[in-house]
Design a protein around this ligand. Structure first.
Ligand code: FAD
Length: 138
């Protein structure tokens, strides 16, 4: 079973009644049973998420996520086999949005607005790696 990392971004569905807490709760429950770890950034509009784990588990999880109508316009930014996990400490680490993140965002973006659709796969990974020091809880 190949260890795999997948990074995607998406946008909150304007009609969604779900909350980030509910998303995190089910993500952590499912990810723990599927040996998936990762990190999620949400700024109130956009999601940027990394999933790491076995190839089949990562594919099946992303497939469920794609069909989730709480978000829209999902774009795959990176998919690769890896030698080790970057975010192995969290069933789904959550980075809550604060203005203190802007300098980190700016380092990976054209402006300090968070616009994940403009990130390359390697920029997305670099950004999430830096943001992992800000993970609130897991
Ligand atoms: P069910 O729980 O049966 O849900 C079916 C559908 O009902 C969902 O697709 C959704 O459209 C809707 N729904 C479910 N719960 C709610 C709710 N509380 N409020 C409103 N609508 C709801 N799952 C993971 O396993 N791992 C992850 O890392 C992960 N990350 C996610 C990140 C984001 C940004 C989003 C939006 C979802 C994420 N999920 C994750 C949740 C995933 O999409 C599935 O809901 C979950 O995996 C359970 O799958 P299921 O087929 O049992 O769906």
């Amino acid at each position: 079973m190949q260890l795999t990392r997948l990074i995607y971004c998406s946008k909150l569905c304007p009609l969604s009644t779900g909350s980030i807490e509910k998303i995190l709760e089910s993500s952590r429950r499912y990810n723990t049973s599927n040996a998936i770890t990762g990190i999620l950034l949400f700024n109130g509009t956009f999601f940027l998420q990394c999933l790491e784990g076995g190839r089949i588990a990562v594919n099946e999880t992303y497939c469920r996520i794609l069909h989730d109508d709480r978000h829209i316009e999902s774009v795959l930014l990176s998919y690769e086999t890896i030698d080790r996990r970057e975010f192995g400490d969290w069933a789904m680490g959550y980075v809550a949005w604060t203005k203190d993140l802007r300098p980190i965002i700016r380092a990976y973006s054209i402006t300090d607005e968070f616009s994940p659709y403009q990130l390359s796969g390697s920029s997305a990974l670099g950004l999430l790696r830096e943001l992992s020091t800000k993970v609130a809880s897991c």
